[in-house]
Design a protein. Sequence first.
Length: 733
Amino acid sequence: MNFVECHEEPIHIPGYIQSFGYLIGIETTSLTITFFSENITDIFRIDNSEGLFGKKLSQFPDVFQQVIDSEIFKDDGFLLRKDNETYFDKILLGEKQYHFSVFRANDYIFLEFEEVTENHLKRITNKYDNFYIVDNDQEIWDQLLNTIFNIINYDRIMVYKFMSDGSGKVIAEKTNNHFESYLGLHYPEHDIPRQARELYKKKRKRIFSDVYSEPVRILSCVKTNIDLTFSSSRAMSPIHGQYIKNSGASSSFSISIIIDDKLWGLVTCHNSEAKHVDLEDRVQAGVFTVLASNAYSSFKAKKELEYRLDLNEKLNQLKSEFLKHGTLFDSLDSNKSELRLMPKADGLAIISDTDTITDGLTPDNDTIDRIIDWAYQNTSQNIFISNSFLKDYGNELNLNSNTAGIIIYFIESSKKEILIWFRKEFDEHINWAGNPEKTIDVFSKDGIETRFISPRQSFEVFTENIRGNSKRWGAKNVIAVNLVRDLILETSHKQYITIRKLNDQLKKVNEELDSFSYTISHDLGTPLTVMKLNAQMLLNSLENPSDKNKINSIIGEIDNMAEMMQNVLQLSRAKHSEIQLETLETNLTIRKITENAKITYDSQKSMVVIKECPEVLADKTMLHQVFLNIINNAVKYSSDKEQPMIEIEGTEAGDQIIYRIKDNGIGIPEENKHKMFKIFNRMDNAKKFKGNGVGLSIVHRIMKRLGGNVDYESNKDGTCFILTFQKPKFVKL
């Protein structure tokens, strides 16, 4: 008696095809018939089928004339093509129409025939690009199943995903009342053994129309087994056939989901009754599966890019924080919470010689020491990762539930500098489609008994409780740890050099800013002087008091601009620590800015209510810039209201002065909140107003430099900006 493991079954050379198909094999060199299915006489008028061996099709014109006259044979380019590059045609044999497929593989040309199913093609309402406008990956698979269901109308259609351990899980499903749901159920690895997966990669559509039908034998004039890997009608293995029968199905159809050149999963379809899916429908179902697979790849790539951009942003922030400290250990200690969250861990331990610092859920220091000793003795790699550390070593190391998952990173082994991330135990259970344990059965063929792994008799939900494991460390978590490693290596070896380079760069930038500010101030000074002189000459020639007031206003603004330019020049030459804050009155500045804003935005109807304006501790030029930007925005974004209203009020709050500038304008959508103070940002509802998205960024930076803050409150009725200044310590005399 032989014993055959599932992965040893030679399913690619069964010696049979299914009853819906008809097959002829031609040797590529001599172009003579080498093998054919026993049922070939059902569609071709052949008296003695064995007389075909060693002959060419052209020697039987009365039998194969329709084949010879087909479009495929008129262009024999398929003889030069690669394996499994299939040509399709339709031919009329007798009174019936047949699909005619030709491909070459393993030194043979395969001619396959199957009857065209009447009214097979159904109307597909989904557009091809619908897969690319979804919001999540689950929607991609659900839409694919709906589309395929419209094509083949099987009782149950599932998306079966291969997990990292080789098992599978049904992640999407569409059923009717004939079958129970398998959604969410797991299947063991041996359900689809290795050689079956290899075939699914090569032949991506497989139909078993009737698992109860008798297969058709292949007759051959050669002793070697005929490899039917790429044959559409290849017979199913007895083990697989019994598996399908045990599930309650009589017909099965599957399409491979290939992502990144790997077998990611399958679209698996079951029908309670025998049912054949027409070749064209199978091809169309395959096309939609490829579209869905590409859409999924695109979706995952987009999410991966977003994740990496977010991770890089966090990493840049960490890099900046690391450079603030003199030693690596101080850098790690000051940023331990951020480091813990990078790979989404529950706990983090930072070990440097005899010092241990922890954050989050971690074991005690004695347990950490035991883990370190174990790591030195049992790991050689720089980074060790386990999802089942508690399950595998819990008893040996006396671990608790906080150490179910672990990542160990040796910064410097000789100095005992180590990072350890922890994940707590995840109380998990897996619902299997039947008991996943293997059972042995006996199969008899041609008088030879063979023992093999028996397919499950029942697919009733079998629940397995999993203990000692954490949530799986995914690829994103590993990427995060590697980026932390790179950051540490860069910081620990180049901290001093990096700081020195940054200082040199900062000096150069400041010098360039000084030069730029000086150039601008100098070059703009001349045209301003000319403007002022012309305005003064015009003033002397006017007699109307109203006109004189307007010209005086222009001259006053020219003087203000010149003063501001001089202040900017002085400011650009000063370091941060050299800025002198002083007690400043705000009332007059606010009123001037308000009146000019109403003119600038042609909104004379705007009602501006200015209440108390207490003095603040600030820089004069910077203060003007802050109020200029905030008040201009308030007037601008409320200017299209019937009754624009702006209210400005300052109040004392302890050692702070808080100004509130409120308008009844367009408001700030909640979804824009996270980027309001980023440079060049503009709200979607502000596109009809002129602007470049710089003003609020300037305000934010200035307020931080003044030791204050800027924030806002907003709804559909308007916005209120809140400016927090330092309160003067004494009143000017």
